[in-house]
Design a protein around this ligand. Structure first.
Ligand code: HEC
Ligand code: HEC
Length: 300
């Protein structure tokens, strides 16, 4: 601040001078009109907002506002709008999927594409935990993306699996087979599964016949889809293990799904017919989805 006489006495300056030449000095002007106007409008807006929207927390309660607005109600409105839009846009497609047969859906490009796209999320939510995100299987849970089916890869079979569930059943220690017999058979199955690289001992086949394996797994060892008895000739294991020989011995000695045997192999596919999250139309979409993962029997 300068101690000098004010060189601009007639001017509405405050007497603050900031440089030697007195070029920079503080004036006492009214703020511009636009500025004051926005200040008044802003102040008014605060009052309006305060009354209109929920504000001012007060002893656990708060002012609810004239507008009756909440984030939840805004979100619900948005969801309702989206659903109405979906309903309008896809109602026809949903209806067609509900009414048509699985074969018709697969043969119709539009319906098939729609079914697959919508089922992808359903599969992720309801199936992937057991079968893997792309149906690639997991320890104890079969692969859905290949053509090695326990219960069959026709649309009707896949749909029946999802609707009713499946429960593998193989008796433990068939016809009193011995531990040594089980080990011999396990070696035989592993060698057979290697195809032309394998070296199965032909005399072991007698054991396979005599101990009743043939009844469910068949003379060609390819299994029976009505029973879900695995194909034993292809080297693909539904009960895959690091020590495959030990796993097969276990299956032979303790069976599959034998309630009174604690070492039995577990094989339960849950039924979705009574599911509260998946309805009949969604099961159709899922059947179409699983069918195209890689191993579905082609529809003619
Ligand atoms: C709790 C685990 C679990 C869930 C969840 C599950 N599955 Fe399964 N799934 C299984 C098991 C275990 C089997 C094998 C049953 C057997 O060996 O008898 C199976 C078998 C199947 C098969 C038959 C495979 C074949 O080779 O024939 C299909 C198809 C299938 N599941 C589809 C689905 C679909 C689609 C969903 C979701 C809607 C689903 N699964 C959810 C455990 C599950
Ligand atoms: C009553 C019918 C039945 C008989 C008899 C039977 N099995 Fe099985 N077996 C099954 C079924 C069903 C499965 C598949 C279970 C599942 O995954 O749901 C199975 C699975 C297997 C598996 C597991 C295959 C894999 O992919 O991991 C092996 C190994 C096996 N059986 C070997 C035998 C042998 C060896 C015998 C004779 C000692 C035999 N089974 C007798 C029904 C039978």
């Amino acid at each position: 601040m300068s101690k000098h006489k004010n060189p601009f006495p007639g001017e509405n300056n405050t007497g603050h001078f900031w440089d030697e030449e007195n070029d920079i000095r503080e004036l006492n002007n009214r703020p511009p009109r636009w500025y004051m106007l926005s200040l008044y409008i802003g102040t008014l807006a605060i009052v309006v907002y305060t009354l209109y929207y929920p504000t001012i927390p007060w002893f656990g309660e708060h002012n609810k506002g004239f507008a009756n607005w909440t984030q939840i109600s805004e979100m619900n409105e948005g969801v309702a709008q989206l659903e109405a839009y979906r309903e309008k846009k896809f109602a026809g497609t949903e209806k067609a999927i509900a009414e048509k047969s699985l074969e018709e859906i697969v043969l119709d490009d539009e319906l098939r594409t729609y079914a697959i796209k919508t089922a992808k999320v359903l599969f992720g939510d309801n199936c992937a935990a057991c079968h893997g995100a792309a149906g690639q299987g997991n320890t104890g849970f079969p692969i859905l993306a290949d053509d090695d089916w326990l219960y069959g890869g026709k649309l009707s079979q896949i749909s029946a699996t999802i609707t009713n569930g499946r429960k593998g059943n193989m008796p433990a220690r068939m016809l009193g087979i011995s531990d040594a017999g089980a080990s011999t058979l396990a070696t035989f199955l592993i060698e057979t599964g290697k195809g032309k690289n394998g070296n199965p001992d032909p005399t072991s086949k007698d054991l396979y016949m005599n101990k009743g394996c043939i009844a469910c797994h068949g003379p060609d060892m390819k299994g029976n889809q009505l029973l879900g008895s695995a194909n034993l000739s292809d080297g693909i294991y539904r009960f895959k293990a690091d020590d495959q020989h030990a796993s097969i011995v276990r299956t032979i000695l303790h069976g599959v799904g034998q309630a009174n045997d604690s070492l039995t192999q577990d094989a339960v596919m849950p039924a979705f017919s009574h599911s509260s999250v998946i309805d009949a139309v969604q099961i159709k979409k899922l059947a179409v989805y699983v069918h195209q993962l890689g191993g579905g029997v082609a529809v003619k």
